[in-house]
Write a protein that binds this ligand. Structure first.
Ligand SMILES: Cc1cc2nc3c(=O)[nH]c(=O)nc-3n(C[C@H](O)[C@H](O)[C@H](O)COP(=O)(O)OP(=O)(O)OC[C@H]3O[C@@H](n4cnc5c(N)ncnc54)[C@H](O)[C@@H]3O)c2cc1C
Length: 388
């Protein structure tokens, strides 16, 4: 693996620095407080060609890979402006359509998505299934002799379900008890969020991020072959493919936000005097900051390795999981160390340091909790028996 970035990759990584001149952290925080999608910032990123980073040039994208997408997200997060829509939208959904969509689906969705006109949300979680996706019960049933299907069920915690134009829904087309293998019988459905039979209810979550979360109800939603991504009953394999990119890009958010918090803390610690010199001279503050810096940079390397492997078509499950685990832990540690430097000011809205904490902390729990990540590493890399 080559650790040096090409000029193009460096430009992508540095893009956050130019975007922040127009849309800075204060803009993002204001949008988060209003629970309003940062539409102008997203549009600018799309206009500059970054939303379609992983989409083939034929469909309006840049034809680049996971590493470039991760560098983009890391660079934006370094400036305190994580563009969370890049996770489920540009990284997961658009790649999924690119890799498994029909020609008609690619033509219908990708150019608009690259332009920023179309956004996607991704609906996996169900209240009664939780971490165990196998237990999903939202059902796409075929309507006899009509060549069409109906979708019924309920999803929860779906980010952006109201604002996004389209939703990729992970459904079962064969109920678990009828499936030969438990991973059989899944079908991925791509539907317009505004069609008849879909109802969304906001969930009041405690984290201030611009993208709202919703419970989504499906009541006899009409689904045609044109709405199905990949093959009926074979959706699990496709879903599985999109999980490593999700882990990698979340890792990029955590590394970037951790760096942002550390940079802010260093600036503050160099200026703040309460005894006879700047508080940054105290090793009690220096060491946590130095540890945070070390852990972030190590996690970032693993994240880039995972992305690099992904782009080469090599297995990267272990590296993606390790990167996600290391980055979320490093991010949480770094933000906490930064917070301590700020004393009481860290808890004020004016300084906004505590505000960084909930989002990095989220990634210890969702989309995949750290326990499941460690389970994966224990089973796959260490060869230990499965406990659940
Ligand atoms: C802000 C936010 C945004 C989200 N956005 C989306 C979205 O856009 N789309 C979507 O589909 N979902 C989304 N989710 C849902 C998220 O993916 C789920 O919350 C997550 O998958 C965990 O499911 P659960 O909440 O039911 O936890 P549970 O499955 O009930 O697990 C609870 C806890 O039990 C522990 N645990 C569970 N299983 C094991 C095990 N085998 N071994 C050890 N420990 C275990 C873990 O600590 C876990 O945190 C979002 C959630 C949040 C909070």
């Amino acid at each position: 693996m080559d650790f040096t970035l090409s000029d193009e990759q460096r430009m992508i990584y540095e893009y956050g620095k130019s975007l922040v001149k127009q849309f800075d952290r204060a803009y993002w925080v204001e949008k988060a407080r209003q629970r309003a999608f940062p539409a102008e910032m997203y549009q600018q990123a799309a206009d500059d060609g970054f939303v379609g980073m992983m989409v083939d040039e034929k469909y309006g994208g840049a034809g680049l890979g996971m590493l470039e997408m991760a560098l983009l997200q890391e660079g934006l997060s370094n400036e305190g402006i994580p563009l969370l829509s890049l996770i489920v939208g540009a990284t997961m959904s658009m790649s999924l359509i690119s890799d498994h969509g029909t020609e008609e689906q690619k033509q219908a969705y990708l150019p608009g998505a690259c332009r920023g006109d179309i956004r996607f949300c991704f609906a996996v979680t169900e209240a009664d299934a939780g971490t165990n996706t196998i237990n999903v019960t939202s059902l796409t049933r075929s309507v006899k002799d009509k060549g069409r299907y109906v979708l019924n069920g309920r999803k929860t915690f779906i980010t952006d379900a109201e604002c996004a134009e389209y939703m990729i829904v992970v459904t079962r087309s064969t109920p678990l008890k009828e499936a030969q293998r438990k991973t059989d019988g899944f079908t991925l459905v791509l539907i317009d969020t505004k069609v008849a039979g879909i109802e969304v209810h906001p969930i009041d979550i405690s984290i201030e991020v611009p993208e709202d979360k919703y419970t989504v109800f499906f009541d006899d939603v009409d689904v045609g072959p044109e709405n199905i991504i990949g093959e009926v009953d074979r959706g699990f394999e496709i879903l599985f493919e999109s999980l490593n990119p999700e882990r990698i890009i979340i890792s990029a958010v955590c590394c970037g936000l951790g760096r942002y918090a550390l940079n802010r803390a260093v600036e503050y610690a160099n200026e703040r005097v309460v005894f006879n010199g700047p508080i940054g001279a105290y090793q009690a503050l220096q060491h946590p900051l130095a540890r945070g810096k070390t852990e972030i940079e190590m996690a970032s390397l693993m994240m880039r390795k995972a992305a690099w492997l992904f782009d080469r078509g090599e297995p990267c499950g272990s590296e993606s999981n390790m990167a996600k685990y290391a980055s979320s832990e490093a991010g949480i540690y770094a933000v906490d160390a930064a917070l301590q430097c700020f004393g009481g000011n860290g808890f004020t809205k004016e300084y906004g340091i505590f505000d960084i904490y909930p989002i990095v902390r989220l990634f210890r729990t969702a989309p995949l909790n750290s326990e499941m990540v460690l389970n994966y590493i224990a089973e796959r890399d260490l060869g230990l028996p499965r406990s659940y």
